[in-house]
Design a protein around this ligand. Structure first.
Ligand SMILES: [Zn+2]
Ligand SMILES: [Zn+2]
Length: 889
């Protein structure tokens, strides 16, 4: 007895203490630790490393819930399972945070100097960098936390260096001029995703460029007239007859004494404006490409601060926007300005300081990606790597086809400093695995290391193998590489996923992961992107505190359908909290009856055919659910995992099975009781295992209260499909009985028969087999619907005063005379009808009034219309109810 009381679950599910308890226990008992046993299949996942500056948002919650589900599932299947956690040093983002901190002390990073600044960043990381990791732990993420890595830790930095040196020696890393997104404030090149495009009300300046021979002119348009000083050509379409003769003549560039060529390029559109484009290869991305195609010179007219340089002639020394004003004034004064047009367009801004980006050429480091990309494409085409959902294949191929060389240098301090040195005496460039002390060419010791650091994505591209100890050939690499699946948000398919493919295949000679599952962004319930400014952000930590972590995890899982937008609605989270409570309450009920059982009672399920129908049915449904859940997990249909569990647990186990077996559980017949206990315990255990990967906390807590000594549920075996439990015949019979019961209950509730009133029921069932089944279970049906008599017949007249329900070809009648005070009910309805009709008259009056319609605001009119619809619906309902009662009366 003492044991039962100890183990009995508390009345309500108190998630916060339960979650805390199990997070600690799982860790203490080493449940998260990776296993590397011989002869077992492996399942490995590397976490998409969140930024070390990160705070858990709902996207992380989704991403990590899905990973955790798979990891828990495979761990329970007995695979050698590992989930490698870690964080990304997030170059610019982290540098920003520390710079902002310094700014509050009135200091900048240059006041500290490089080394002291980097030390500050490490300090920050030590103090604050653990936030996201602790939040992931709270989410229940079953990572092997002992293996936590950081993209800047020693091992990973070694891997970065090794990769850089090897690629350089293979000729796949080079230094060259390239057009980059330049922030003149931060003095750094920015990746495309670090540029924020904002719609801006700007101007389009139309400028006349005279032909060099004075025979005419062409008008070009630009939003940035100051860049014309860097023009090195005018481009027109090759088919454009208007300019066919200009090739030999050229253009005299206004405000300068230069003559520039006309080039024929397909990028120019004949129908757009005059069909002519000014070409500034040093300050525009498209123009840079045109320049490459026609071998045009690069002419940079601004310095790194956005100030015009000596190439700008008399404009040198002016800030670019000052220069713009002066150029426009001069063009106008000299008669070159044709028109200034208002022009709304997207302007790129630096994501950290909001300064307008200046596309510009600068000397940068590049990875020559074509050969690497080709191997990645082949791996996907050959099916070595599968992408889910399938809709992403085309996007992937087209992006890889058009891939540009990857600019990997960043002009910041926080990150992997480029391991290249220049000899100050002879100019030799030295790239080695160990820091050089003297120049191999001239023996000079005056060596200067590159100031730039590597793009953050460079180190994360190595993540699947660098975290497992590469370049050493570790046991981890042998056991866990290639990893099994990568789960990530679709928006980093190119920045990260594709680059991991390239690096993994190149350095490991093997793909980094077999499957890629791309999930959607989590939006608000209206499908809008969540943002602080819109105020529609759902904070996962708040949700977890309010509804419990399991409820949130289950909701996210239920929404994770391949290829569908996720519109997260808090009402759904609340709804699923009820589901979690439902499981809890069902388990409490079950424990009252099986809490003291010996686990040997479960033996009864070995011969399911010897059990009463209801048990055969629930075992068969359990088998089907095992199948659906496994299929969902194996094929990444997470929403189906959620719905299979939900429908089975709530709709079948709780709503039907528990009620049906109540009588047996309380029975004096030991055999009936034992059978019920054995099946109940078996099914409950199976349910807990099936849904554990999605809702780990509540299931673990219930599991620990089940009879006998138990090691944690998360290390138990995932249910195998039980062929012997499958029983379509039992399922069909039970479905029939449930249909009849539902029908009788339906009539009862529609007619509002008081629960204490017993009723008579008639069933007309033309099929003989079905009729026999119903007759055989007449007692159970009577019990569950509170019948005083139950007539099952092939056919029969409908009693005059009966309520009717049709189930397939079965008619169900329940005589209602005397059970319902028809006159009183009709009177009630008549009063209700009068009220509704009165209101409806008012509303119709308004809607028939032209003045009202013309003058009232749209929102008010809409509201009145909505009111009318509601009243109409109400009236229809009243009519239906009146009909029902009239039939009875
Ligand atoms: Zn900036
Ligand atoms: Zn030298």
């Amino acid at each position: 007895m003492a044991q039962k009381e100890d183990k009995l679950l508390s009345k309500g599910y108190e998630f916060s203490s339960v979650e805390e308890k199990w997070l600690q226990k799982w860790t203490e008992e080493g449940c998260f630790d990776a296993k590397m046993e011989d002869g077992k299949p492996s399942f490995s996942v590397v976490i998409p490393p969140p930024n070390v500056t990160g705070v858990l948002h709902v996207g992380h919650a989704l991403n990590n819930t899905l990973q955790d589900i798979l990891v828990r599932y495979h761990r329970m299947c007995g695979d050698n399972t590992v989930w490698v956690p870690g964080t990304d040093h997030a170059g610019i983002a982290t540098q920003n945070v520390v710079e902002r901190q310094l700014a509050t002390e009135g200091k900048g990073r240059h006041d500290l100097g490089r080394d002291a600044f980097i030390e500050k960043v490490w300090e920050w990381r030590k103090e604050k960098g653990g936030t996201i990791v602790n939040q992931l732990k709270k989410l229940g993420a079953s990572c092997d936390w002992e293996r936590e890595r950081f993209t800047m830790d020693e091992g990973l930095s070694d891997a970065v260096r090794e990769v850089f040196v090897r690629l350089y020696k293979e000729g796949l890393i080079y230094k060259g001029d390239y057009i980059v997104n330049w922030c003149p404030r931060c003095h750094t090149a920015l990746a495309d995703d670090e540029v924020e495009h904002e719609d801006t009300k700007g101007k389009l300046y139309h400028v006349r460029y005279p032909y060099a021979d004075g025979s005419g002119s062409v008008v070009v348009a630009t939003t940035r007239p100051e860049t014309m000083l860097g023009d090195t050509a005018v481009a027109v379409h090759p088919d454009d007859e208007r300019y066919a003769h200009l090739g030999d003549i050229g253009i005299r560039l206004p405000l300068t004494d230069r003559v520039i060529p006309v080039v024929y390029d397909h990028h120019a559109q004949m129908e757009f404006g005059t069909g002519a484009l000014k070409v500034t290869p040093s300050h525009d991305r498209d123009d840079y490409e045109i320049g490459l195609r026609h071998d045009l010179p690069l002419l940079k007219v601004m310095d790194d601060k956005g100030v015009m340089n000596e190439e700008a002639g008399e404009y040198a020394g002016l800030d670019r926007f000052e220069c713009r004003k002066k150029i426009v004034a001069d063009l106008e004064a000299q008669g070159f300005l044709v028109e200034i047009e208002d022009y709304d367009h997207a302007v790129g801004h630096c994501y950290r300081c909001k300064t307008v980006i200046e596309p510009t050429t600068s000397l940068q480091w590049f990875v020559s990606v074509r050969p690497l990309a080709d191997k990645a494409v082949a791996a996907v085409r050959d099916g070595d790597i599968n992408i889910y959902p399938k809709t992403w294949y085309n996007t992937f191929y087209s992006w890889m086809d058009n891939i540009r060389d990857w600019c990997i240098s960043r002009q910041i301090w926080w990150g992997h400093r480029i391991p290249a040195w220049t000899c100050e005496d002879c100019g030799e460039l030295i790239v080695e695995s160990t820091d050089p002390t003297s120049c191999p060419k001239c023996s000079s010791t005056k060596l200067v290391q590159e100031n730039d650091v590597l793009d953050t994505w460079f180190s994360s591209a190595l993540w699947p193998f660098s975290t497992m100890g590469w370049p050493e050939n570790t046991k981890e690499l042998q056991t866990f590489y290639p990893t099994s699946v990568l789960i990530t948000s679709f928006d980093i398919l190119f920045f990260w996923v594709a680059r991991m493919m390239m690096m993994g295949i190149h350095f490991m000679d093997e793909i980094p992961f077999k499957d890629v599952y791309l999930h959607a962004l989590v939006r608000d319930k209206h499908g809008k992107k969540m943002s602080k400014s819109t105020g529609n952000v759902i904070d996962p930590l708040e949700v977890m505190a309010q509804y419990g972590t399991d409820a949130m995890r289950f909701t996210l899982t239920a929404f994770a359908a391949q290829g569908r937008e996720i519109k997260l609605d808090e009402d759904r989270i609340e709804g699923y909290r009820h589901f979690i409570n439902k499981i809890w309450n069902a388990a409490r009920f079950a424990l009252m009856h099986v809490g003291e059982c010996d686990n040997s009672v479960k033996k009864v399920v070995e011969n399911p055919k010897e059990l009463p129908l209801v048990h055969q049915w629930i075992l068969s449904r359990t088998a089907t659910t095992i199948e659906s859940v496994r299929r969902g997990l194996d094929e990444y249909h997470f929403n189906e995992v959620a719905s299979a569990n939900y429908q089975f647990i709530w709709g079948e186990f709780c709503d039907w099975y528990l009620e049906w077996i109540k009588a047996d559980l309380f029975s004096d017949d030991p055999k009936a009781k034992e059978q019920a206990q054995g099946v109940l315990l078996t099914v409950l255990e199976t349910i807990l295992k099936l849904i554990h990967p999605v809702t780990p906390f509540v299931t673990e807590e219930i599991w620990s209260a089940l009879p006998g000594e138990r090691s944690p549920l998360m290390t138990s075996e995932f249910p195998e499909l039980q062929e012997s439990w499958k029983n379509p015949e039992a399922e069909a019979q039970m479905e029939l009985l449930m249909g009849v019961i539902t029908g009788i209950r339906n009539i009862r509730s529609e007619a509002e028969v008081h629960p204490s009133n017993k009723i008579d029921a008639f069933v007309n069932c033309p099929d003989e087999t079905q009729r026999t089944t119903i007759a055989n279970f007449a007692a159970a049906v009577s019990d569950m619907t509170r019948l005083s008599s139950f007539t099952v017949q092939e056919s029969g007249e409908k009693p005059d005063d009966a309520g009717t329900y049709i189930y397939n070809d079965i008619e169900i009648f329940v005589p209602l005379a005397g059970l319902v005070d028809v006159a009183a009910e009709l009177e009630k309805l008549a009063r209700e009808r009068k009220k509704v009709e009165g209101k409806l008259k008012q509303v119709n009056g308004k809607l028939g009034n032209g003045k009202f319609l013309a003058n009232a605001p749209d929102a008010v009119v809409a509201k009145v219309k909505e009111e009318k619809e509601q009243l109409d619906a109400k009236l229809a309902k009243i009519g239906e109810a009146e009909e029902r009662y009239k039939k009875i009366g």
